[in-house]
Design a protein around this ligand. Structure first.
Ligand SMILES: *Cc1c(COP(=O)(O)O)cnc(C)c1O
Length: 369
């Protein structure tokens, strides 16, 4: 039987080829494995047109580890971060910065609006102690798309450094050094690249990374040290996620075969449109305005009905082979459905059918519209 479809913010449904790539054991010192690491690093730099200006520093752990490592390494201890927030992942960046004892100021745009680049320019003009700005490309807690080019231009015009959490965007939404100026872009193996979870990576400006020696508050999250060690030995510091890397190498190969970023964006955009029209057909509506909806994950208003209960809905759809995700909003009752992963038309249709049957079983026939 097929594994349940993971229509979530990650980990996601992966292809059989990606799963099969994990059937071997690799020694961490082995030259074949080191070669694979080098290949993956180089490929990830090419994806942002960063050859010569940026380097890829992979890091063991989930995506948040890489975000914490990037902030802790690239921002000097006396630096100050302006954190642009429109959801839970933006808040998390502010929180991890505070926990590591660095100065942080938050500009909050609420949960249903994109970050406004003009407001960012105003914040930067008002506080000249700010050295770095952090922003989430696609705020996965709702699915909001933030206007990266305008934000990057505002930050560059103020002479500040930009750190982009592109976790749920990388591979699907465009990220190129030709259009964006940034110190670092952070992503992970298990989102739009369709690998398995276990490693993050930071695509860092080489000059900024060179100047970052000694900034880190942490040994294992020190990206400068991880980078230097990898450049010197070809190996990872500490045990590498060997199977995860092998799966990512395969996933990147499949990515190219599919047609790269444009093809992936096109597939996810179709998934997203099919999902939203299917949901509308069930009498439900999505939370975000269409112009700020990224084709990554859709937040849906839960039915307004006394029988509504996410846990029951979750179980009923899971029994049909579809795994959905709870909402993450503070003041609206919602659930989320992902558009990303190794899925297409047939899988989205299956998800809509599963939702329709679940509502019926729950005795929910009325529309939320
Ligand atoms: C998934 C994600 C992360 C990282 O989450 P982990 O659970 O640590 O992998 C960070 N930021 C965004 C925007 C994400 O979508």
């Amino acid at each position: 039987m097929r594994d349940p479809l993971l229509l979530t913010p990650g980990p996601l449904t992966t292809s059989l080829a990606t799963k099969t790539a994990m059937l071997h054991d690799w020694g961490s010192w082995d030259k074949d494995f080191n070669h694979l690491t080098a290949q993956v690093r180089q490929k990830l730099v090419e994806l942002i047109d960063g050859q010569g200006t940026h380097t890829c520093v992979p890091l063991q752990g989930s995506g948040t580890f890489a975000v914490e490592a990037a902030i802790g390494t690239l921002m000097p201890r006396g630096g100050k971060l302006l954190c642009l927030v429109n959801g839970a992942y933006g808040k998390r960046i502010a929180q991890l910065t505070e926990v590591m004892g660095r100065r942080v100021t938050v500009k909050d745009f609420g949960e249903s609006k994109a970050v406004d680049a003009e407001a960012v320019a105003v914040c930067l003009a008002q506080d000249d102690e700010i050295t770095h700005v952090a922003v989430v490309y696609c705020e996965t807690s709702t699915g909001i798309l933030n206007p990266m080019e305008a934000i990057s231009a505002a930050v560059a015009a103020a002479g500040k450094k930009l750190i982009i959490d592109a976790m749920s965007a990388f591979g699907a939404l465009s990220i190129s050094t030709a259009k964006l100026t940034f110190d670092a872009v952070i992503a992970s193996s298990n989102k739009c690249l369709e690998g398995v979870p276990g490693m993050g990576f930071v695509l860092a400006n080489i000059q900024s990374l060179e100047q970052a020696k000694g900034n880190s508050h942490s040994l294992s999250l020190d990206l400068h040290d991880q980078w230097q060690y990898m450049e010197r030995t070809g190996q990872w510091r500490y045990t590498p996620p060997t199977h995860v890397l092998a799966a990512l190498a395969s996933a990147l190969h499949q990515y190219d075969q599919e047609g790269g970023q444009a093809a992936r964006l096109a597939r996810y955009t179709e998934n997203c449109q099919q999902l939203i029209s299917g949901i509308n057909g069930l009498g439900l509506r999505s939370f975000l305005a269409p112009e700020i909806q990224a084709p990554i994950i859709v937040t849906v208003h839960a039915p307004v009905h006394p029988n509504w209960q996410f846990n029951e809905f979750y179980q009923l759809t899971k029994d049909e082979g579809v795994v959905l995700y709870p909402g993450k909003l503070t003041d609206a009752e919602t659930f989320r459905v992902g558009c990303i992963g190794a899925i297409g038309k047939a899988e989205i249709a299956m998800a809509i059918d599963a939702m329709a049957r679940a509502f019926k079983q729950m005795g929910i026939e009325t529309a939320a519209l």
